[in-house]
Design a protein around this ligand. Sequence first.
Ligand SMILES: CC(C)(COP(=O)([O-])OP(=O)([O-])OC[C@H]1O[C@@H](n2cnc3c(N)ncnc32)[C@H](O)[C@@H]1OP(=O)([O-])[O-])[C@@H](O)C(=O)NCCC(=O)NCCSC(=O)C[C@@](C)(O)CC(=O)[O-]
Length: 387
Amino acid sequence: MTVQSVPSVRIVEVGPRDGLQNIRDSIPTATKLELIRRLESTGLSTIELTSVVSSRAIPQLADCRDVLESSVVKRLISKSHLRLPVLVPNIKGLDIAIRHSIKEIAVFVSATEGFSKANINCTVEQGIERARDVASLALKSNIAVRGYVSCIFADPYTGPTPLAAVLRCVKELLDAGCYEVSLGDTLGVGSPLNIRTLLIYLLNNGIPLEKLAGHFHDTYGQAVANVWEAYSHGMRVFDSSVASLGGCPFAEGAKGNAASEDLVYMFHNAGISTGVDLSKLVETGVWISEQLSRTNSSRAGTALAATSKATLNAKSRPSKNSSLPWNFVSETERAQLHRSSVILNRPKSGNVLTASVISDLTSVVTDGSKGSQRQVLLYWDGPRKRE
Ligand SMILES: CC(C)(COP(=O)([O-])OP(=O)([O-])OC[C@H]1O[C@@H](n2cnc3c(N)ncnc32)[C@H](O)[C@@H]1OP(=O)([O-])[O-])[C@@H](O)C(=O)NCCC(=O)NCCSC(=O)C[C@@](C)(O)CC(=O)[O-]
């Protein structure tokens, strides 16, 4: 009897980095950590945590050190089956990553001059040189290195990208020791025929497909089709972002990444394993979209959420019989802080803490898992009154 193995792909979740980097309003570090925690709980085995770049270039990720030294990230780093790359542009970024015991970094170059200058303030040649130096030092420190090539089809400043320019960058990054190079359609302009042409060209020029990953932005709605095209040529690693978050301040007008929910939905329907719990991923997409007050751009995510009980619960007002989810806030070695919230519907008495209010609160805030009820500690800053 022959045992046939289930085909599988690896999803590289870039939501906490690429997904958030272009959002103007400052996002609390706790929200970023909760996003990472939730993503990991879906079964995703590769999550790009943040980037250590100039805070002038990317103000949103200026809290990268707080993210990296958080107990959430430390706990995840200790799990040996996870890949948790951090994007770094230079030796300074690498030093910070090393100080935080990061086990994997991602270096990035552009195939084109315009984006290279705008994004990392140097020529393509200098960018390759920098990536080589960073990779060499990282490998000496036992840190795995992933590579990105941006603008594989077009550059926002200089137009279409020659195939040979992409090939050159891919070769350089593999020679520098990257275990995998992710092909970035930064502008999201490519469609399946472009993917096919590029992959055949790279293959014919000696680049093994198992060394490549796809990172396709969805500006023209082609990302899922592009992923499927790349899969059919043999690619097995795809970058994506929950709720299709994403974009780069130096690629104006580009939309988010391929939505992780859409990819997982597509692969599962084709009998291809991702290792990801789709319903948890959908909940995470709904949750982060609410946190950021943004429309959830995952088609599968919104369709599945519309029918899911989780969304109905989240949208309905709390009553004596309903339960609210706990959201993780922070943790120490001995305790985790979770937060839930209720709306006090007492216009006459205001939000005064009384015995019956306490009883109501403890009955609506449960941890949702059968048989176990977390201890509810109430902290109250407002006035107190006897009933
Ligand atoms: C590369 C630089 C630093 C050059 O920027 P520069 O101005 O040439 O560099 P510099 O060495 O003169 O430094 C300028 C300032 O940044 C600081 N700095 C310098 N390095 C770091 C660092 N590592 N971490 C923290 N701070 C840093 C440095 O200390 C200094 O601060 P100041 O003294 O003026 O206060 C800058 O251009 C930069 O950070 N660029 C990154 C931009 C970026 O993150 N873009 C988005 C990611 S790329 C992307 O999205 C595409 C991708 C990967 O997703 C794939 C795709 O979609 O195609």
